[in-house]
Design a protein around this ligand. Sequence first.
Ligand code: MN
Length: 639
Amino acid sequence: MTTLNESNTKLITKVKEYLSDEDVKKINEAYKFAEKCHSGQLRKTGDPYIIHPVFTAIYLSNMKMDWETISAALLHDVIEDCGVTFKEIEKLFGRDVAGLVDGVTKLPTLKISSKKTNLSINNEISRAATIRKLLISTSEDARVILIKLADRLHNMETLHALDENSILRISQETMEIFAPLAHRLGIWDFKWKLEDESFKYLFPKSYKEIANLISSKRKEREKYATRATRMLEEALAKSSIQCLVEGRVKHLYSIFKKIEKYSNLGKRFDEIHDLIALRIVVNTKQDCYLALGVLHELWKPIPGEFDDYIANPKESMYQSIHSTVMCLDSYPVEIQIRTKEMHNTAEMGIAAHWQYKDGVDEDGGYLNKLNWFRNLIDWQIELPEDENYIDSVKTDLSKERIYCYTPAGDIKSIPEGSTPIDFAYEVHTELGNEVNSALINGQTVPLNATISNGDLVEIIKSNSSQGPKLEWLNTDLGFVTTSKSRFKIRQWFRKEEKNLSIERGKGVVLSLVDKLKIDLPLEEIASKLKYQNLDELLLLIGSGSLNSPKLVKKLTTLINYGGRKNISLKINSDDRVGLIRDVTEIISKEGLNIISISTNDINTGKSILIEVDSNGLEQQNKIYSIIETIDGVNSIDTI
Ligand code: MN
């Protein structure tokens, strides 16, 4: 048992490594306050309660989170368990900290419906829905979810003190919701710990077997890893590549899954080599590829067992090269190659963002990281919550993978049954969006042809970038077979719709400012009305979320209209009997006085000039809108 003093010292030592004295002082105050609030309360383990928030804070300090997050972690249970109010925390520690504590307290509660550990489809849907709910509820501030994950990790590590039912329920919830959530956010360090902790309780027998397996062959394994590491280091040093080579054992739950997969495939699981993975960490992206060359010269790559997540990062920003090679003594071993920065992102995912707050990293990836969370949320919202979706993902996963070649000789792994369009989306989203025609082994083929193992696939791009065709989504035509392609195509159309909405919105706003004689650039209007940018305003208008009367109402706060005013309108219209009567009727119905009216041709009624008095922009806009709907009116100009 760790004593309270020890753990608190650990926390303070850790935050001193990367935070200013001033920040550390604030953390200390949060600690004192939390300790006072929880005093007398005990954990089920018999420890003083405050141990729990302190550990939650330690896990976050390992990721170098800011002082607000650490303080909020220390305070995360005081609203719920000690009756402290939001206002009190706000007064003592500021709005940011109070917001985070409040966010953690208000996270949606989770419900795991079934007791079975075998996941049914329904379960997966509710799981996806819960993860989405959690993500959306924190879309304002991702730090809330990081605190929740650290909180959960410590609860898992002290779970043994609870009764058996609670242990099973909480373990299952962790395996189904929190580990996948950590995975989504790219926080590998939390993901594997959460998985192993739940694995221990959900499958105690397998857990023990694998733990024994790992310890029994430790010596042989370490010897093998050391030999392999040394050979690799020497080869890399010869090519003057600075690097660090690490041999590591995979985490228990991933071994469990690998054993399961092997037994399904009837493959023998090797107790030494299948437990090992090697990693090369280098300084630059360039070095990653150089190291890959050295690696493949040293040990033969296994065809198809290669992924370049540097060129094609995962959704979570994960970057690395994965290659399985025929390693020492002819055993296949998986090797990862990445830079230190990529390694950091791989371990901490979204949390890495807070570390770069003040710095700028190599590829300007800083902004990307911010966008990444946004995209993730968008993606979650877009994910359809139905069986078909889950089904199609499952189908993808259950399909065997085949290998084919690009014209440059690169190997690509694609699900069996893939078409040239699927292949193109597998290579790059842009390529998928621009497919015009395709050749397999030099022969032109229809776009719904099926690729076979070993085929050389060449994609011809279209000259005009028209984007994907809607018919590609028609399942009867068989143009695409993977859920990835379908998702990318839908995404393109959604983006296209967005652009069209912006265009539409622009038309509406331009004619509005023109009619109302508002002499401000659109950008300025958007920023004065507190929109993030002009596009946001235009999108709201173009998609109908904001209508023009509402916009005009907002505009009146910007523009000083100055009492009643006479306005002159020129109505361009068709030649229609009774038009003037209709126009005047509508105007007087609105309670406006017509001051003068004339037409340039009294007989035909073409273009009516009319002067009325109005009491503001809103009324003016209303008149325009109503007159515009009169049959025969083509356009209105303000003179
Ligand atoms: Mn807690």
